[in-house]
Design a binder for this molecule. Structure first.
Ligand code: GDP
Length: 487
């Protein structure tokens, strides 16, 4: 293992400016935790001292309340005595459980959002590990675990869905929880011990109320929340006036929220990190510039192969991200001081060859050395398959080494790569009716992910409206114009 970016380790900050807790020896169990900061580009965004303080405070809480501690055992008892009032005085620790939904990119987004919610509300985050999550990610919190124990009294986390009797929306509709009494009188209904929070695109108005101030007060005394989401719902937390002042203190640069969350929470396991580092060192490290191109096709009818290929080529040439070809075919000495390594990630083969063919008849102008690499082409998306997910996670990390990124609109896969790298991407707009979009790509306004399933209800105004108009740092997304994002 070596440091390839020409900087000595002394100049590097191993812990991302305090984002990661130092002085923690896990016996080599998670190499990426100590190595990633040395290998990735230094971030232009520094975490605030307040964020660092909140993270250390969270880690302490997690150690104190983690699985099978006395506090955890006590709070789990509330689930057995169903319907019993959980008075806050009896409750040392409160929890939020996350359960996976959709592809890996979506999972990383909803898990980060749920973690930030836990930090803000003094809860402890535990995760339903699914089939293979623990073979992808290391434990993020030193000296404890985030894995929900297998003997947790509720075992069928993934059976919860829209309209479930225990969902926040249903509980509100059935008046089993009240969001209209600010300081719940002692005589009011006791809070249920468990509430399912459905934050998926099909959510009802009452589910959406979860993001509102009154509702957060109502949920304060609920010991167990279960969140199921496929979205990055952090922008909605910023719109909540209870959370907003805290969030402003934590994140001075709004466009770096997910960048910090991602680098803090998601450390590839040794197996995945081995795939990342060996590929990086072999094909990408030596180049003077790395260009990442992530090609995601949602609908082959609207976006056939030839159209997407033309779009990618148009984008790289119009925006001068790849060199033009030397039409005269002038034989110039290759300038070995300038090399570009182009990393292509896609489910499909063909794109690499198509892009590479640009230089088949004519050399790159200026004699630049350009090389193309694609680590895998799985051909189709598979769920919960370990080696498939490992490749996806490794490739998101490899995209994170890019100096320049081109990503497909609306793809959460690309959102993860751009956040890991701290790079604002060029977005390949989604083709419609098999036409090459013009312009082929546009520069994003920030590297934050887009919240796709944006609530149409504006809490502060108590009516439906446009949530992009409330604060200057939440605006509509370029890649999904109906969505909202932090800038
Ligand atoms: P999204 O659907 O583009 O928002 O991204 P997700 O990550 O949520 O889901 C897409 C899934 O398809 C990924 O998790 C992978 O399983 C697979 N996939 C999509 N694109 C790629 C790719 O470029 N490389 C690999 N290895 N897998 C991909």
């Amino acid at each position: 293992f070596f440091f390839s970016r020409g900087q000595s380790s002394a100049l590097r900050d191993e812990y991302y400016g305090g984002l990661l807790a130092g002085g923690f020896d896990d016996g080599g169990f998670c190499l990426s935790r100590n190595q990633s900061a040395m290998l990735r580009k230094p971030s232009p965004y520094k975490p605030s001292t307040y964020l660092v303080k909140m993270l250390r405070r969270y880690e302490d809480r997690h150690r104190r309340c983690g699985p099978h501690t006395a506090s955890y055992n006590k709070t789990t008892e509330f689930l057995k005595s169903r319907g019993a009032a959980a008075r806050s005085a009896e409750m040392e620790c409160k929890y939020v459980i996350w359960t996976p939904l959709a592809g890996l990119g979506n999972r990383i987004l909803s898990l980060s959002s749920t973690f930030l919610y836990a930090v803000l509300t003094g809860r402890v985050l535990l995760i339903d590990r699914g089939k293979d999550f623990s073979s992808l990610m290391c434990e993020p919190f030193p000296g404890t675990t985030w894995l929900l124990p297998r003997d947790f009294p509720i075992s069928n986390m993934r059976s919860f869905g829209l309209g479930d009797a225990l969902s926040y929306g249903s509980l509100l509709r059935n008046k089993r929880i009240r969001n209209d009494v600010v300081d719940r009188p002692v005589s009011g209904p006791p809070p249920p011990p468990f509430v399912y929070v459905h934050l998926v695109g099909d959510y009802s108005l009452q589910d959406i109320f979860f993001f509102c101030e009154q509702d957060q007060l109502a949920l304060r005394e609920v010991p167990w929340l279960l969140v199921r989401s496929d979205n990055y719902f952090v922008p909605a937390l910023f719109l909540n006036s209870i959370f907003e002042p805290e969030l402003r203190f934590m994140f001075h640069e709004k466009e770096a929220v997910f960048h910090h969350l991602c680098r803090y929470l998601f450390h590839p396991t040794n197996k995945v990190w081995g795939m990342v580092t060996s590929y990086y060192q072999t094909y990408l490290a030596a180049a003077t510039e790395r260009v990442g191109i992530q090609i995601r096709v949602f609908d082959k009818g609207e976006a056939p192969f030839e159209v997407v290929l033309r779009q990618v080529i148009n984008c790289t040439l119009q925006e001068k991200l790849l060199p033009w070809v030397d039409q005269k075919g002038a034989v110039s000495e290759a300038d070995r001081r300038k090399t570009k390594a182009v990393l292509i990630t896609s489910l499909y083969s063909g794109y690499l060859e198509g892009i590479q063919n640009m230089y088949l008849e004519h050399p790159a102008a200026g004699g630049m050395l350009v090389s193309f690499h694609q680590p895998s082409h799985e051909e189709r998306q598979v769920k919960d398959k370990e080696d498939h997910d490992m490749k996806a996670w490794a490739e998101m990390n490899l995209l994170g080494f890019a100096d320049v990124l081109i990503t497909s609109a609306q793809s959460t896969f690309g959102y993860i790569g751009q956040a890991l790298g701290g790079v604002k991407p060029w977005i390949l707009l989604r083709p419609e009716k098999a036409a090459v979009p013009e312009p082929a790509c546009v520069r994003d306004i920030s590297m934050e992910p887009c919240f796709h399933s944006v609530p149409h209800y504006v809490c502060r105004e108590k009516k439906n409206g446009d949530n992009s108009k409330l604060v200057p740092y939440v605006t509509h997304c370029k890649d999904a114009p109906w969505g909202i994002k932090l800038v």
